[in-house]
Design a protein around this ligand. Structure first.
Ligand code: PAF
Length: 283
């Protein structure tokens, strides 16, 4: 695996592969890689001639300086994991390389970016759009891969791609979970052993809510999920929204015009912010 540090090196390498008619899969990450990220690398490996992973803790998407400061940075381990996963290039730039001057672009992301994470973390999605649009421009991939744990982020990235005219495939990949159901996240390492023992309740409650959906309304299930999660020690639900899977707007019915409704949750477990989601599809 080659490690590239500059945009110039990355553009040059990608041009060569495109000229040779090869397909390119891009997997953007912020590092601290876990099995969820590796599943994206493997999918990209299966579907493309060349796989590029970026590892960049993007400052413009953090609205909390403390969160940016404490975000885990594990470059050595990340490179070992990417090599093992058969990635061809790791793009690991400095902040100065990506932002030689401030990025003042404001994307018109519309309603998909205004609710849930967009409402709780002002500026977050604009920062995601800034970095992902830059990466898309440098690499011009055949396909780009994102995990469905960040369900709303995928909708926002699709919207950014539409605005910017990126016509390639944006591939959404399933959430990878620990055996006890906790969605894999780079933040899980910050949980104390006591919090880690409780955190799987998030997925357990969401899974139980699938059964409730047979007999309860959307509003009733929303209330039930929040009360149930908040009954566990350390846990405070920030929001639980049941939404249309494309527009991210609140759903009134379990089946929306765009497919089964999706429940998206953010929970503080102590001071660690965890997110998860579940699709209310009929079994
Ligand atoms: O999901 C992430 O890790 C980040 O938001 C992304 C897409 C790599 C952009 O920094």
């Amino acid at each position: 695996m080659k490690v590239l540090r500059t945009v110039g090196e990355l553009r040059k390498a990608m041009e060569g592969h495109r000229e040779a008619g090869q397909t390119i899969g891009l997997v953007p990450t912020m590092g601290a890689l876990h099995a969820g990220h590796i599943s994206l690398m493997k999918r990209a490996r299966d579907e493309n001639d060349i796989v590029v992973a970026s590892v960049f803790v993007n400052p413009t998407q953090f609205n909390n300086p403390q969160d940016l400061q404490t975000y885990p940075r594990t470059e050595k381990e990340d490179c070992a994991a990417l090599t093992e996963a058969g990635v061809d290039y790791a793009f690991i730039p400095s902040v100065e390389e990506i932002y030689p001057e401030p990025d003042n672009r404001v994307f018109d992301l519309g309603p998909v970016a205004e609710v849930m994470e967009g409402a709780m973390r002002p500026g977050h999605f604009n920062g995601v759009a800034q970095i992902v649009s830059k990466l898309f421009g440098y690499v011009n991939p055949t396909r780009a891969y994102f995990g469905e744990k960040d369900f709303q982020q995928i909708a926002v990235i699709r919207r950014m791609a539409e605005i910017e005219g990126f016509g390639f495939d944006i591939v959404a990949c399933p959430i990878v979970r620990e055996p006890d159901g906790l969605a894999l996240s780079s933040r899980n390492v910050r949980l104390t052993p006591e919090q880690r023992a409780v955190a799987p309740a998030i997925h357990r409650v969401l899974a139980e809510s699938l059964e409730k959906a047979g007999s309860m309304t959307v509003a009733e299930v929303k209330k039930w999920v929040v009360e149930k999660i908040d009954s566990y020690p350390f846990m405070t639900t920030e929001y639980y929204e049941i939404v249309n899977p494309l527009t991210m707007q609140p759903a009134d019915e379990w089946m929306t015009p765009d497919g089964p409704a999706v429940g998206c949750v953010t929970v503080y477990c102590g001071d660690v912010r965890l997110i998860d989601n579940i699709t209310y599809s009929k079994k």
